[in-house]
Design a protein around this ligand. Sequence first.
Ligand code: PGA
Length: 260
Amino acid sequence: MGEARKPLISGNWKMNHNHFEAIQMVQKLSYLLSVNDYDAVDVSVHPPFTDLRSVQTVLQADEVPILLGAQHCHWEAGGAFTGEVAPSMLAKLNVSLVIVGHSERRELSGETDEAVNRKVRAVIANDMTPIMCCGETLGEREAGTTDSKVSGQVREGLAGLSAGQVGSLVIAYEPIWAIGTGLMATPEDAQAVCATIRQVVRSDWGGEAADAVRIQYGGSVKPVSAPDLMRQPDIDGALVGGASLDPDEFARIIAYRLVG
Ligand code: PGA
């Protein structure tokens, strides 16, 4: 199990860095990464919408193999949706990965599992890869309902997809209490939930999809914690917020495999 899954380390910049800063960030990151890094790990950055075109231009001009990602999109192809961005607009900018259902959007913008499902389908329909987020609150963890919460989010978020579609997307397990707090699930706890997620995929979409789907852990990942997390058999990458804002720190996370 797992041999074929290339790790994916993604930097979710959230609402940080204007387009000038974004250009500097990716340039600096590209100087810190080598061919060996890109061979071993897929790397993506997810800047705010206003930065995408600038970052795309830098990546293309300098032939940097960092994948361009977005943090969110609408499911509709176009129309009267003030403030929203259609998936096809992202695809046109060479965006290849779109975060869907981040807990901050679920909480701040009231994104439901049904909306997440529509977005996941729309992203796939536009030949991009969704990173579908799931995770429990502290209260849910303490009440022992982590597995049922996360399993439900996975089943509803991915409802109606084929085994092939599920096998080629990314699921990010992000315990809400660990996001931006400095608190982290232990590698063993994170592994246990990621194993549950893979089991849900196995039972609903079959073994091939379960073996192929990439599962990231997210929530206060730092250079010091990345190696132990990435050693876990069901953790195939990291969705990194705060530590991805600093290219040095992010590059050290990407270099997790070089640490003892
Ligand atoms: P964090 O954010 O690394 O700052 O905890 C992770 C995320 O929300 O994707």
